[in-house]
Ligand binder design. Structure first.
Ligand SMILES: [Zn+2]
Ligand SMILES: [Zn+2]
Length: 481
């Protein structure tokens, strides 16, 4: 059962508060830098009680592997992986002849691929779903791990030989079935504990498979089905193609399968890390789809004041939200459109009429700057148009004239333009405002007399202005019609 953020019902929670048991998404959790002596990284606090919250674990956040089969198949198709798969296949085809040296080279090539697959598994298990880069670190670091896997396969083979020799055919078949069934569990144990003795311990690998439950058996079926495909392919290829080419294609198939199956095992570790007891650190957790699954509303997470206010608002504590903004305003002024917008909204909710009227021109200026037409018109009509004392910028008034007229509110548009002309008579925008005003009268209000009168005022006051020529032309047009 996925737990969702208490404020975002569609976003899986990443954090759980041990005190109030509320779950939060990354948007809602409060982040604080850790004290230097407590190591690097950040603290994650419950926004309700400021207690340190616990990471909820990957299972809640990631998609189960059976829901992302196409992505699993696509994993080996990254540039890095394709290059390595092709290179190893090509080299294996060249050294496909008999002889000890050739066999040793093939073994080494297989070892390189296995090491890369192993690195993919480890990265996936940490939540990093990109294929690892091909570099010295990926290929050679911890190469001993590959030997451990070889020893594991060798031990399983030895077991088969011993059982077949001492107990006969059917026990040997039974042994193979059990060994193959639990091989993924053994590899998972080998990777998560790094110890061969754990990997071959039946108590451990059987209980691991049981803890993962039916997800384990689903993975197993998937691996068996996938694994048989390259084997069948190889069987037919060798019958119809030249040996070198057939071994190249067969090697491509088996390399692809190896990488895919290791990635899948890594993903199963990630998905069930809590059941397995494998600790995935939130700091290391890089899950590219986590953000992709986030949908719906997005707050500007970069602004701590806005976050805090948004949180109080969601909790219905409007007075506290307003308090945060008032304090911020008194200390250093409100910063950015978001804060100003929230402040206005809260003032409206709390019916703080006086404060709202003071704040409206400030917000309006920012809305005009941001080009938010509809909201700007609304704020203007609600709190500025009817308040002659509101200090309004000429640029804002001209913009309001244009936008309100576009919205079909010609009367209010003219009101804004008149206000510009009257309260800023010397402003360079006045001729433009007069011209616009005349056009609104002429075109939208069908009042050519009024339009002509305004244009004459424009001509008289600004005879040398660029608009004069246009105004004269316009007056002629009106006379003709
Ligand atoms: Zn809490
Ligand atoms: Zn949330």
């Amino acid at each position: 059962m996925t737990q969702y953020c208490i404020h975002h019902p569609t976003i899986p929670a990443h954090w759980l508060c041990p005190k109030c048991s509320s779950a939060f998404c990354p948007e809602c959790i409060v982040r604080r830098q850790k004290a230097p002596h407590k190591g690097s990284g950040s603290l994650h606090l419950c926004p309700r009680c400021m207690q340190e919250a616990e990471w909820i674990g990957a299972e809640n956040i990631i998609q189960p592997f059976w829901n992302r089969i196409p992505k699993l198949f696509a994993y080996p198709f990254s540039l890095n992986a394709v290059c390595l798969i092709a290179l190893v296949a090509f080299a294996s085809a060249i050294f496909s002849g008999p002889g000890l040296i050739q066999s040793l080279i093939r073994m080494l090539l297989w070892g390189v691929l296995l090491k890369y697959a192993y690195a993919s598994l480890q990265a996936t298990a940490r939540g990093d779903l990109r294929s690892p880069p091909i570099d010295e670190k990926t290929i050679s670091e911890d190469f001993f791990q590959v030997f451990k896997q070889l020893i594991l396969f060798f031990l399983l083979g030895m077991g088969l030989v011993l059982i077949a020799a001492n107990l006969g055919f059917f026990p040997a078949i039974l042994y193979v079935i059990v060994a193959v069934l639990f091989l993924p569990a053994m590899i998972i144990l080998l990777v998560t504990t790094g110890r061969l003795t754990h990997a071959v311990n039946p108590v451990l690998f059987i209980s691991l498979a049981l803890r993962i439950g039916w997800g384990y058996f689903l993975m197993y079926l998937f691996l068996i089905l996938l694994g048989s495909a390259p084997a069948v392919l190889a069987h037919y290829l060798f019958a119809i193609l030249p040996a070198g080419f057939a071994s190249f294609i067969a090697s491509l198939g088996s390399n692809y399968y190896t990488l895919l199956s290791y990635h899948l095992m890594g993903y199963v570790i990630l998905q069930y890390h809590q059941q397995i007891g494998y600790s995935v650190d939130y700091e290391d957790f890089r899950y590219d789809e986590a953000s992709a699954r986030d949908s719906g509303e997005k707050e500007d997470s970069g602004d701590p004041v806005a976050r805090e206010v948004a949180f109080h608002m969601k909790e219905g504590r409007h007075d506290e939200a307003l308090g945060v903004l008032r304090r911020a305003k008194a200390q250093r002024g409100l910063d950015g459109l978001q804060q100003n917008d929230m402040y206005y909204e809260l003032l409206a909710i709390q019916k703080e009429k006086e404060e709202m009227r003071h704040h409206a021109p400030v917000l309006l200026e920012q809305l005009v700057l941001a080009g938010q037409k509809e909201k700007a018109c609304k704020v203007y009509l609600d709190a500025v148009a009817g308040n002659p004392e509101a200090d309004t910028d000429p640029t804002v008034l001209l913009r309001m004239g244009t936008w309100l007229n576009e919205q079909g509110n010609s009367r209010k548009a003219i009101g804004a333009l008149n206000r510009l002309v009257k309260s800023h008579p010397t402003d360079p925008l006045v001729p433009k405002a007069l011209f616009l005003c005349a056009r609104i009268y002429g075109e939208n209000l069908e009042n050519p007399e009024k339009a002509t009168r305004i244009l004459n005022v424009l001509l008289k006051r600004f005879p040398d202005h660029d608009f004069a020529a246009q105004a004269e032309y316009y007056i002629k047009q009106v006379r003709v019609s």
